[in-house]
Design a protein around this ligand. Structure first.
Ligand code: T1G
Length: 697
């Protein structure tokens, strides 16, 4: 069993031993109930202490069990906590480092709680699309009061133990103990061994001067902030029961809501994301204990928008940066932009002046490559042209010290070709940031054929340090994200050819949950960027079919917001996208020239063609080994492309739709003469999984 039982004087100590975070899986639950029973039957035992080994008291229920019978196998968590609370001898929780979710609920079932300072305390279930399902919504308000408890439960935020222990009237912690929290708990248990009646949290009352008014206020604020996510509002209803109903009735309310939320697609998506985010940091053939290189100084080549944003990531993490440009005026402009970005944050109160000064003090600049001779990592962010990259990497190869990592921020060029410009291809890697580089969470780490494993391990660890979601991609045109968005954009163009308007396509995908549809996005990013890439790409692949509508738009000079006209019209200085009669007429003429009679297209077809295009290309990317797992595809789209979080990413969404249904839809699209039938041949991986009734995850 994943719990030990030992006697220390008159106290029985039950220690949870289920690394890494003492998840309350079945074997741990059994260990607790067995320990409690042994203590009841041993006359020499006067009290019990429960504690956790390693880096947590307990991180909560074992999320891996969800969806399997194990989660409810006896003893389930509710009965474990009931057994603790019903103990005839006092049970004291000795809490250190992390007490979360079911772990905190277990502690709330104990009669006393002794906690180490600095312990992370949370009921984060709402972040998994759930709510505390083992009494947390009923017990936490009884020890912290309605408002503090509801804030913690509806937000899932983490608080420090000493902060909560300092709250007036709180009954969550009976003692904050420095040093050995188990020894302190044993001493505490010995002192209270004969004290009766045993204090049970369930016997406390939740008091509030005007609970109904507060709950209504909570419903309004939580409801406004949790569009697309049902769990937060349900937290309010469950916590409301703690004040409006007797304890057992409140527990029933909590149970019903918990069971319903567990079945929602949103919770499935959020649980998927929890593991997908952690799985992304694991590279199948790079052992977790691969030694990493020290990155104490970073160089950035290019002080443009990307270079400046990239530099800020490292300055924010306290890592000195030397930024290099070829001309003084470009360098001055770049440095001024970095300063302006920070000053804007200070103005918004997001950054103190002191922090701004600290960060800028870490930034130096130069026109000479020689000043980069002792950096540990250089990130090149110059113009997307292979000849320019060649010059830069040859220079870096000359100047940089052995062991320095040479990274390219390229978004479309071949990292292996770039590596070949140097005599150290093993030290070359892609670090593809997304604009704005100091804001977007996604970092595609592009692994060249010769990229060394320790270089990958180093960049993945560094990416986490600069608070990025890192996903490893192999080398192909567009890596993961842009290769998939290419097919998404092609479908958007075909939909215009067939009769849809830009606003209809945008509205349909924005209703699905994307922050911005493809045409508003094009107007924001600049339609000429895609135009440039298409010109280059379709020279290489002349037979690739695509809608010419975007080219026609650019030929009219309608690049988007920057020209106050794109797919939409814009009033100069404003961002409101106004449907454009010019574009409507352009499309009508374009359809006539194609001989296509425009048809009404449903929102469902629009969403399916755009999203399933991502799914099919994503499946090919996994199959080719460009991405090592389908959940990495989801992380790219959730962290870098505004895919709706409550859908869990394109591959997760396909799973919820059923891969059989996805393939059936693709077969329908392939029959459309105006679409690209060859694209809609399901990727073999997708076809196989659909045939076998399986899922990507
Ligand atoms: N269940 C299963 N595995 C878990 C886990 C959990 N609750 N928490 C963490 N892990 C794994 C994680 O996948 C990773 O595994 C390893 O532990 C280290 O995690 C009834 C229903 C605890 C603050 O939501 O917030 O209780 O990738 O990299 O940065 O009301 O993990 O190494 O194989 O995050 O030190 C509620 C979720 C559950 C807490 C530690 N609890 N965990 O952070 O390490 S639902 C949570 C965290 C519940 C009851 C309900 C963090 C952490 P691997 P890590 P960390």
């Amino acid at each position: 069993m994943s719990a030990t039982y030992e006697i220390r004087g008159p106290v029985a100590v039950i220690t949870l031993t289920n690394p890494p975070v003492n998840g309350l899986g079945l074997s741990t639950r059994k260990g607790i109930t067995d320990g409690i029973e042994r203590a009841q039957n041993d006359a020499a035992v006067k009290a019990v202490v429960i504690t956790g080994a390693g880096k947590a008291f307990s991180g909560g229920a074992d999320i891996r069990e969800f969806g399997s019978p194990l989660a409810y196998a006896s003893p389930d968590l509710l009965s474990v906590i009931a057994a603790v609370e019903a103990s005839s001898k006092p049970v004291v929780a000795a809490i250190q480092s992390v007490v979360m979710g079911g772990g905190l609920e277990l502690a709330l079932g104990c009669h006393y709680r002794v906690v180490a300072p600095g312990t992370q305390v949370a009921l984060p279930e709402v972040k998994l699309g759930l709510l505390p399902g083992a009494g947390g919504t009923q017990r936490l308000p009884r020890v912290l009061g309605l408002e503090t408890a509801l804030n913690l439960i509806a937000s899932g935020d983490t608080a420090k133990s000493e902060q909560l222990a300092a709250l007036p009237g709180q009954k969550l912690f009976d003692q904050v103990a420095d040093g050995d929290v188990v020894a302190a708990a044993i001493a505490f248990a010995t002192n209270v061994a004969d004290r009766r009646p045993l204090p049970r949290v369930r016997d406390l009352k939740v008091v509030h001067t005007d609970a109904e008014a507060y709950l209504q206020f909570a419903r309004n604020t939580v409801g406004a902030m949790s569009k697309n996510f049902p769990a937060p509002l349900q937290c309010v209803e469950a916590v409301a029961a703690s004040i409006n109903k007797p304890f057992d009735a409140g527990m029933q309310v909590e149970r019903e809501i918990f069971s319903a939320l567990m079945l929602t697609p949103e919770s499935r998506a959020q649980r998927h994301m929890f593991f997908a985010e952690r799985a992304a940091s694991k590279i199948p053939d790079v052992p977790a204990d691969t030694p990493v290189r020290t990155i104490a100084k970073v160089g950035v080549i290019g002080a443009g928008t990307m270079g400046g944003g990239i530099a800020m990531n490292f300055l924010n993490a306290g890592i000195p940066v030397t930024i290099l440009e070829t001309k003084q005026d470009a360098l001055d402009r770049g440095l001024a932009t970095v300063r302006k970005n920070y000053e804007a944050q200070v103005k918004k109160g997001k950054l103190t002046q002191e922090k701004l000064d600290q960060r800028l003090a870490l930034l130096s600049s130069t026109l000479a490559y020689d000043d980069l001779k002792d950096v540990d990592l250089v990130i090149e962010a110059v113009f997307e042209d292979i000849n320019v990259k060649a010059q830069v990497f040859k220079a870096l190869d000359e100047v940089c010290k052995p062991g320095a990592i040479l990274a390219s921020n390229t978004s479309t060029l071949d990292v292996d070709k770039i590596a070949a410009f140097t005599k150290r291809p093993q030290d070359v890697v892609g670090m593809h940031f997304f604009s704005p580089a100091n804001v977007m969470k996604l970092l595609e780490v592009v692994r060249g054929a010769k990229t060394a494993k320790d270089v990958l391990a180093t960049v993945m660890q560094l990416g986490k340090k600069i608070r990025k979601t890192c996903v490893v991609s192999g080398v192909c045109d567009g890596f993961i994200g842009n290769r998939m968005i290419e097919q998404y954009s092609r479908q958007a163009g075909f939909l215009l050819d067939e009769g849809a308007s830009p606003q209809q396509v945008d509205k349909a995908v924005e209703k699905f949950g994307f922050a911005m549809g493809p045409f508003r996005m094009g107007d924001l990013a600049g339609n000429d960027i895609g135009w440039y890439i298409r010109k280059r790409r379709y020279i290489e692949q002349p037979d690739m079919r695509y809608s010419k509508s975007a080219d026609l738009l650019c030929e009219l000079g309608r690049y988007g917001q920057k020209t106050s006209a794109g797919w939409y019209d814009y009033v100069p200085g404003k961002r409101d996208a106004i449907p454009s009669p010019v574009v409507a007429e352009m499309l009508e003429k374009h359809r006539a020239a194609l001989g296509i009679a425009p048809r009404r297209i449903s929102d469902e077809e629009i969403v399916q063609r755009l999203v399933y295009a991502l799914v099919n290309e994503g499946a090919k990317i996994v199959e080719e080994g460009i991405a090592s797992k389908a959940s990495d595809i989801d992380m790219v789209y959730l962290a870098g492309y505004g895919f709706p979080l409550h859908r869990g990413g394109p591959m997760c969404y396909a799973d919820t739709q059923g891969l059989f249904n996805v393939v059936a839809a693709m077969k329908r699209f392939a029959k459309n003469p105006n679409d690209d039938a060859s694209f809609w041949v399901p990727a073999p991986l997708l076809a196989k999984l659909a045939d076998e009734g399986k899922t990507f995850s």
